[in-house]
Ligand binder design. Sequence first.
Ligand SMILES: *Cc1c(COP(=O)(O)O)cnc(C)c1O
Length: 425
Amino acid sequence: MKEFHVETKCIQEGWKPSNGEARVLPIYQSTTYKYDSGEHLGQLFDLSAPGHMYTRISNPTVACVEEKIAALEGGVGAMCTSSGQAASLLSIFNITSSGENFVSCSTIYGGTVNLFAVTMKRMGIEVRFARPDMTDEEIHALFDEKTRLVFGETIANPALNVLDIERFAAIAHAHNVPLVIDNTFATPVICRPFEFGADIVIHSTTKYLDGHASVVGGVIVDSGKFDWQASGKYPELTTPDESYHGVVYTRDFGSAAYITKARVQLMRDLGTTPQPIAMYILNLGLETLALRMERHFENGLAVAKYLEGHDKISWVNNPALPSNTQYERCQKYLGGKSCGVVSFGVKGGRDAAMRFMNHLQLAQIVVHVADARTCVLHPASTTHRQLTDQQLVDAGIGPDLIRMSVGIENIDDILADIENALSQV
Ligand SMILES: *Cc1c(COP(=O)(O)O)cnc(C)c1O
């Protein structure tokens, strides 16, 4: 059968009931699974038979959501995690050890900057930041023998620059390492990074994939395309894992080597496991993802166009605006669309920005982004507060920047709220 379109996958992938079973994804709220023989369970521990043995490692409800997201991204497998942060950490730690390093685009989520630059440093893993305006030579110069991957965000949170995925994939592959993409803001509805050469995709499912600001979660998706064996840099995938009596992931699991190791080794040992009930809620969100993204994009662009024509606004950033520096990349990678996030500066700097925010009524001030409700945030004093001035500049965040996450309410109500708040500035 022909591959389904994205709207259909959102509904139909994942849980596929057989005769007489529940139509809707059941919540398997169980830590454990029953087997008829000790031998069978032993085989599960040896990874020589498929099946669930303990919910820290896998669970039927979670597995259905993983299948749906893998289908949406076009990957061979996925693993859900308890948060987006856990997905970022595990995606890197799976193939990078103490004493090794990786290259990351500098325009990324502030929480990821902390994880990379502070916490992973304590694990002996070094991050080397590449600014998107660096030349290829300058980025190549960041690599050495110990570099294990390249990391970037499709649409950066909150700078909103669109990553030149093909360029960063070519740079990574020239060094025989994979490109890992955080596709949180774009979602597979707007961009499928594997089609542009990315090897691993991660998400904070807390954002658009859930879409209702209900559950924190993350996911790692494996394209199955990176040749770990040929690269020669990943003995953890290509030589025996003593913690599984000598399993060799590339030999025993083929194109799913990376995602299998992430689950059976890292999830087993680190336990950043999602709850079945949370994945049930995530699945409800996923069913309407394609519909919601369409409206988020339309409303976001309408807000951006309105602000662009307003005399109290100094600048507006949304990649789908024809005047935007990212417009061409937006056509190429996002099909001319974007998410519902718009950033802008209110004339008068930080104080005017605060005044504007405090007078919004429909749009509320929350530490969140990318859900059905319109909300605003001042990153420099909140999510990116821990960053130094230089890190703020590198991340593309000025003191006057307001990030508005445009929801799926009626656009006239959203614009009236903005108009009223601007009249108070
Ligand atoms: C929110 C976010 C994260 C972190 O995800 P959590 O689910 O909050 O742990 C990572 N990357 C991006 C782009 C995000 O927006």
